[in-house]
Design a protein around this ligand. Sequence first.
Ligand code: BGC
Length: 390
Amino acid sequence: MPQRTRTIPALFVILAAASCVGSMGQVGASSKGSSTNPFKDVAFFLNPAYTENVEATAKRHPDMADAIRKVAQQPTAVWLDRIAAVQNLKGWLDEAKKQQDTSGKPTLTVVVVYDLPNRDCSAEASAGELKVAENGLARYKSEFIDPIAAEFKAHPDQPIAVVLEPDSLANLATNMSIPMCQEARPVYKEGVVHAIKSFALPNVSVYLDAAHAGWLGWDDNRAKIGRIFKSVLNDAGGPGMIRGFAINIANYTHLSNRDGAVLEPTNPCPNELTYVKILRKTLEMYGFKDHGFIIDTSRNGKGNIRTKWGSWCNIKGAGLGERPRAEPEPGIDAYFWIKPPGESDGVADPKAPRYDPMCGGPDAAPGAPQAGQWFESYFLDLVRNAEPPL
Ligand code: BGC
């Protein structure tokens, strides 16, 4: 079972923070976002840059324009994937505030915080800029996390949800045979602790990434991540410092079908909703009670599309999943489109830098650009295969 021990990086980690907005312009004074669902009773930030990509695609494909334009109305997360991206944060939050002032409704921005040193220690396509051996941790704290926290503080009247460092702690649970992950171990932990403490603000709620069913669903892997979360939160000030956990980030695992039971019959969690149910019980044993979950449903509308559950790159046949919304099920804070649909998972050209064989494998769509770049033909397929349909 390769995904138990290696592979299956779900790709990215998201650090999401949310807040307790009582009334317009008033964010709960003391909460660190642990006690209320930040997705409830709010509007969601619409990222104009994403909308522009979608609109340009609609213009180039008039036959599908009606369906495509429905995607432009859906909120997506914004990704802080490198130090230079932090300069975009002010603009996003200012724009979200404008949307909030216009609608008269608190407007939540979901921010993925994703730049740990030695990222991604098991997936080349997501290789980042910082290295443990090159003072990466000090730079991560002072040039990345601290300026992000300062910007959050400068926008106290609007709610923010952070998805923190996709795939990082999951790699520590299952990929310790990889030297780059071994080297990353203390640094991932200290970096995540620093981020959690820095984002302990009244308007911010943090979700730790907890991979997906096909990575951590097995009993032993759930126990491993439980121990890691416990140790990280002990250092960060206790389980109440985070609102909850983010799963399926940039991955494709279906909410409810039995695809996983066929691909990996020994995994008790064949899909994401079962994973939430079972993982919640595991995490209770490690001190996490009443925590919320968010599930990335941007591309998990269709099941049964992979030959291996561990495939994670631009999966052929994928469709948009459930539309973002709060409390879709008891105990689930939200379905949300964390990975902006249409942005590539990784480059398909074997000669390109950051090429990962997963992105040229049998489950991957051909012709993909670098991770994060607009992959138009793939976006069109996501629209065609949307489930529920647009
Ligand atoms: C990439 C980021 C990108 C994000 C959202 C990640 O895989 O590394 O650069 O912003 O996906 O598309």
